[in-house]
Design a protein around this ligand. Structure first.
Ligand SMILES: Cc1cc2nc3c(=O)[nH]c(=O)nc-3n(C[C@H](O)[C@H](O)[C@H](O)COP(=O)(O)O)c2cc1C
Length: 184
């Protein structure tokens, strides 16, 4: 029901992303695919990914922000899995109506993502490519869940953010309970 695509090149070195993932990975009906563990050679199993997406009602992309964007393997996943005739194009409807939640961690603090900060722009300025990727495939773009200042945030605050993410997904699950697919 929830397909969580994790794109961290070094999952064992992740701090912020790992705390977020650990908070949600046991939720019922949540399937996790750690892209860099599963496809270290970038040889993505497109059919398996599309099958997982077809089963899902909510797609979650979870990753650290790299150069204002996604890690390379998630970009490659977009290129291969969100294919013409399946995800977009005439008559393509595989993802239409599914929800999409972007969960990202950034090194930059909220202050850094401001006109006066080192990144000179608000973080919202960097979201359109992801948002339009989801929308172009007919998905509903949910309010992103972004954890800023991933290197500086203390453990307690990070745990609080992780709880909030879990509550977001629990609320989503509660709202969609009973709306599962066809009976067995
Ligand atoms: C190659 C690379 C590029 C990065 N680019 C950005 C960036 O554009 N903006 C930013 O705020 N942080 C950037 N960072 C910092 C990461 O987002 C940060 O290390 C990560 O979110 C921490 O999460 P983790 O503890 O799960 O690894 C970058 C880090 C690396 C290694």
């Amino acid at each position: 029901m929830i397909y969580l695509v994790l794109a961290h090149p070094y999952p064992s070195q992740s701090r912020a992303g790992k705390v977020l993932l650990d908070a949600v990975r046991e939720l019922p009906g949540l399937e996790v695919c750690s892209l860099y563990d599963r496809y270290p050679d970038f040889d993505i199993d497109v059919a398996a990914e599309q099958a997982a997406l077809s089963r899902a009602d909510l797609v979650v992309w979870l990753h650290p922000v790299f150069w204002y964007s996604v890690p390379a393997l998630l970009k490659h996943w977009f290129d291969k899995v969100l294919s013409h005739g399946w995800a977009y194009g005439d008559g393509a409807a595989a993802l239409r109506g599914k929800d999409c939640l972007w969960v990202a961690t950034t090194g930059g603090t909220p202050q850094a993502y401001s006109a006066a900060g080192i990144h000179e722009r608000s973080f919202a300025d960097f979201t359109p490519p992801l948002e339009e990727t989801a929308r172009f495939c007919g998905m509903n773009w949910l309010a992103p869940f972004i954890v800023h200042g991933a290197h500086d945030i203390d453990g307690e605050e990070l745990s609080g953010q992780a709880r909030q993410l879990r509550q977001r997904l629990e609320a989503w699950l509660a709202a969609h309970a009973g709306k599962a697919g066809p009976p067995p």
